[in-house]
Design a protein around this ligand. Structure first.
Ligand SMILES: *[C@@H]1O[C@H](CO)[C@@H](O)[C@H](O)[C@H]1NC(C)=O
Length: 180
């Protein structure tokens, strides 16, 4: 019995190890998904007006979906043996740089649209945005941290620069929604 259990445990840990390894191709697919979801979120925020209740709901749903994709991507990046090869690191970094302006734009648009959200006749809408913003910030930080950890040494500065730029936009948006 004991033998059986230790053999089973050994198998489980083997499977665990296999599952936790991810390929760079998976990470690139994650980033492509993040990128299209960031675009969807940015578009939903920029077309939002105070009478558009469905639009407000869509923004919330887009944010929740993006948090989930970011968390999956973080797990996948953490599963890639580090540091990633130079060429893979460069591809990953330029893919992230490609959507960096869009996430920053989404956050800036959220700040610009605050008067529209304030005018929505839906109690708790600002609390919802606040909580989505905090969740998105945490998920993005996790993803940025994983990217920085996995980057080849010569690309760490670039990875940190992306994080710094996105973090500023999050800090501004979070400050804008800190009070009702
Ligand atoms: C990216 O999104 C597609 C479509 O939803 C999905 O099939 C695919 O599994 C996603 N990629 C990753 C790495 O999760």
């Amino acid at each position: 019995m004991v033998k059986f259990f230790s053999a089973a445990l050994f198998l489980v840990s083997l499977v665990g190890t296999t599952l936790s390894q991810t390929s760079v191709a998976t990470v690139e697919s994650d980033i492509s998904n993040i990128s299209s979801q960031v675009t969807a979120l940015n578009n939903a925020i920029s077309r939002f007006t105070r009478t558009d209740l469905l639009g407000a709901l869509n923004i919330h749903n887009d944010a929740v979906a993006l948090v989930s994709t970011l968390n999956d991507a973080t797990a996948d990046v953490n599963g890639v043996p580090t540091p990633v090869a130079e060429s893979d690191g460069q591809t990953i970094l330029s893919d992230v740089q490609a959507f960096e302006p869009t996430i920053i734009s989404a956050l800036n648009n959220l700040v610009i649209k605050k008067p529209e959200f304030e005018a929505v006749p839906l109690a708790g809408i600002l609390d919802l945005i606040r909580s989505d913003l905090n969740d998105l910030n945490a998920a993005t930080s996790g993803f940025e941290g994983a990217l920085i950890n996995s980057a080849p040494a010569d690309l760490v500065d670039d990875a940190n620069a992306i994080k710094a730029a996105i973090d500023v936009a999050f800090a501004n948006a979070i400050a804008a929604y800190a009070t009702n």
